[in-house]
Design a protein around this ligand. Structure first.
Ligand SMILES: NC(=O)c1ccc[n+]([C@@H]2O[C@H](COP(=O)([O-])OP(=O)(O)OC[C@H]3O[C@@H](n4cnc5c(N)ncnc54)[C@H](OP(=O)(O)O)[C@@H]3O)[C@@H](O)[C@H]2O)c1
Length: 163
């Protein structure tokens, strides 16, 4: 299974510079639980934004045009085709974790969406592709996360499956 894993606010915002616009530990925990079941695939910018890279316990695959790029502890690939070849080779779930450039190029390939909607509006400049066609997917499951002192923004976890 090929899946997207992402969090967005009420306006589809997913990033501010190279960072997330919010702090929501409950979503970090959910992200870890989901992605621990397979391998993670990310763009070079997202990879570089992870403080303790690579993400532990998961095979990390990084996409860049640079054939000389070095990412210790990760596999570097230079095309979407190479990602799909690894997907066939390893026969494991692949979780595409961003950023927006990857959320665009795998739109026709992705089977599942793990989307966290944060019911708030934030400042930022990076948006999930606004032409993404949710009509191709059906909502399989959704549930509200707990709001507490550490997780102040109301949020909903959603799992969508391609029809
Ligand atoms: N809210 C969320 O769930 C979430 C998740 C992840 C990221 N984000 C946010 O998204 C933003 C980063 O997104 P982004 O789109 O700027 O960066 P990105 O997708 O992480 O990385 C972009 C880079 O990936 C490489 N790349 C993309 N398509 C490629 C292709 N077809 N072939 C080869 N290489 C390719 C290129 O690297 P080279 O330049 O090295 O060639 C490109 O510059 C940040 O704000 C981050 O916080 C949000």
């Amino acid at each position: 299974m090929l899946a997207y894993v992402y969090a967005e606010d009420e306006n589809g915002l997913i990033g501010k510079g190279d960072r997330l616009p919010w702090r929501l530990p409950a979503d970090v925990k959910f992200f870890k639980e989901v992605t621990m079941q397979g391998d993670v695939v990310m763009g070079r910018a997202t990879y570089e934004s992870i403080p303790n890279r690579p993400l532990k316990g998961r095979r990390n695959i990084v996409l860049t045009h640079n054939p000389d790029y070095e990412a210790p502890g990760a596999i570097v690939v230079n095309s979407k085709k190479e990602v799909l070849e690894l997907y066939e080779k390893y026969a494991e779930d692949f979780y595409i974790i961003g950023g927006v450039s990857l959320f665009k190029i795998f739109e026709d390939d992705v089977d599942y969406l793990y989307r966290t909607v944060i019911h708030d509006e934030f400042d930022g400049n990076v948006y999930f592709p606004d032409d993404f066609d949710y009509n191709e997917f059906e909502l399989e499951k959704s549930w509200d996360g707990n709001v507490d002192e550490n997780n102040k923004h109301p949020h909903t976890f959603e799992i969508w499956k391609r029809k």
